[in-house]
Design a protein around this ligand. Sequence first.
Ligand SMILES: NC(=O)c1ccc[n+]([C@@H]2O[C@H](COP(=O)([O-])OP(=O)(O)OC[C@H]3O[C@@H](n4cnc5c(N)ncnc54)[C@H](OP(=O)(O)O)[C@@H]3O)[C@@H](O)[C@H]2O)c1
Length: 370
Amino acid sequence: MTSSRREFIKAGVLGSAAVAAGLPQVAAAGEKKNKPLNVLILGGTGFLGPHMVRETLRRGHQVTLFNRGRTNLGLFPDLETIKGDRDNGLDGLKGRRWDAVIDNSGYVPRHVQDSTRLLAANTDRYVYTSTVSVYADFDIHNLETSPLATIADESIEEISGETYGPLKALCEKRAGAEIDADKLTIIRPTYVCGPGDHTDRFSYWPIRTRKGGEMIWPGSPQDVIQIIDVNDLATFTLDCVDISISGIYNAVNPAASYTMGDLLQDSQAVTATTVDAQWISEEFIYENELAGSRLLPIWNPKSGEHGGSGTFSGEAARAAGLHNRPERETARNLLAWWDTQSEERRADMKAGLPAEHEAGLIAAWKAKNA
Ligand SMILES: NC(=O)c1ccc[n+]([C@@H]2O[C@H](COP(=O)([O-])OP(=O)(O)OC[C@H]3O[C@@H](n4cnc5c(N)ncnc54)[C@H](OP(=O)(O)O)[C@@H]3O)[C@@H](O)[C@H]2O)c1
């Protein structure tokens, strides 16, 4: 596996085929439930979770959280929180019933087997947050039925760039073995973006744009990329709960509809800044070992094994009700959030080119083309 594939998987974007795994394939939407529901969120205090918590409460439902009490302690002081570890520590969930469970913290197949086995008889819906990293290939237009990545040793529990996707595929399979198909929803997001994103992968581009000047942009303005807005994901997840949507869904913006050139335009628009964009070639990117790295986040080379990485199909989810807001709105919302962060956090970008590195690359790029 190349470093580029590893980075792409590590970025959290991306088994045997789902059909073979016995996973549900067909949407089965029921009646909207008008009564308030009790919803259990396994996790809830990272990035996706808080948006889901707020959307659940906004709909008049009740939320219980289950986590170890390590991440963002005190974020939801008014919610019932059951403290426990998914690794052999589910006792606090025993003997309880919830109308729906949203599983955001399942990375290890054994953990997902344990939670689904325990909760199967005690819930009407189990939503498992998976990832598009489950797909075996990123150079094709992936549908929910496309082949999934596999791992030779299924007992491995260490999460790395290489094991993340195959293990998430196995987690899906374990969930499918325990939960009836008409109660199970599997959502496969691509890069999740918006307020609260601790990875800074999408955020880097508008935040860097705001500084102005000469700025490196990878590949070409026509290169397609794909994201999902965190609030659109939360809304779709809660729709799956509210109207009993079963099946497997890629959670992405429309395939091949959004490009790096669009991202540049959006970044300039939301920051009211114009940059002098230096579009560096893929050849130059490979020469400088930048391909698929967090230094050029979200973007992947079009010539290599990730050629199709901006083309996951989101049609099944959209047919089931997923709404994608304009990416410009995502950029605007995340900037507003970014400006509320501490000075220390804002000085600590988790992705993108550090200023000196970027300046050096711009000089080298100009020298190459002189
Ligand atoms: N970010 C992306 O771009 C992206 C893309 C595709 C898919 N995903 C999927 O999104 C999910 C993660 O989203 P998130 O982290 O933002 O979710 P989240 O629900 O906001 O946060 C993760 C939660 O899991 C809890 N947790 C972690 N390990 C635990 C354990 N062993 N036992 C009990 N609780 C545990 C954490 O709390 P404690 O630490 O206090 O236990 C935290 O509350 C994953 O399933 C990932 O595969 C993300």
